[in-house]
Design a protein around this ligand. Sequence first.
Ligand code: SAH
Ligand code: DHB
Ligand code: MG
Length: 222
Amino acid sequence: MTESKWSEVDRYLSEQLIPEANELAWLLDANTSAGLPAIDVTSHFAKLLALLIRVSGAQRILEIGTLGGFSGVWMARAMPSTGLLVTLESESKHAEVAINNFKRDGVDDRVEIRLGPALDSLAQLIAEKAAPFDFVFVDADKANNPGYLDLVLQLTHPGSVLFFDNMVRGGEVIESESLDENIRGIRETHAMVGKDDRLLATAIQTVGTKGYDGFLLALVVK
Ligand code: SAH
Ligand code: DHB
Ligand code: MG
């Protein structure tokens, strides 16, 4: 099985099931024009996030890693119109592109971007006693995932859903001696989640146009 086959299958599945992908092509074009890296989730993943938001009835959504707002637009569209997406981004250029994209899509009234290192923004949300979030999508620097998990658990409630992207990394996740800080962060996150009796979780390996990776899905149970 080759990566080109994975991409062909992704294209087929998108054509069959995800009409929104065509409708949102302008957003990925805007990101490319602005020079952003093409590390957004695929439409298949974005729609999974949207479906999880609908299934769980999430109204308050937290995203760590905005980039150009591709996943953000999908999640904002999936919330009820009374919902709020708070999305954290450290690169001002990415945030600027995302703000424009949120405006162009018409979801900007339901989205709040916080610029700065996400660990600081999360600490700030905790200090502000922000209302708990129902759904959290973690998709930024993987080295900081353990710290994000710690803080996110202070910003959620039993019933909240956590989704971590890029948790397999081409299989590198099993390299216990890896010196790559991203792999170390991912491994520590799996271990932390597995040991935490507040969480019920699984992780799934995936292939597609963005290669071989995987996600972790957790439910806060207490
Ligand atoms: N969720 C986006 C993709 C995010 S890519 C989508 O699917 O459309 C990861 C993003 O995290 C990048 O924009 C990067 O600038 C941002 N990032 C990296 N380190 C960060 C940090 N410490 N704090 C906040 N954002 C960070
Ligand atoms: C990278 C980040 C991501 O969130 C992703 O899905 C793929 C790649 C990266 O930083 O390289
Ligand atoms: Mg990602």
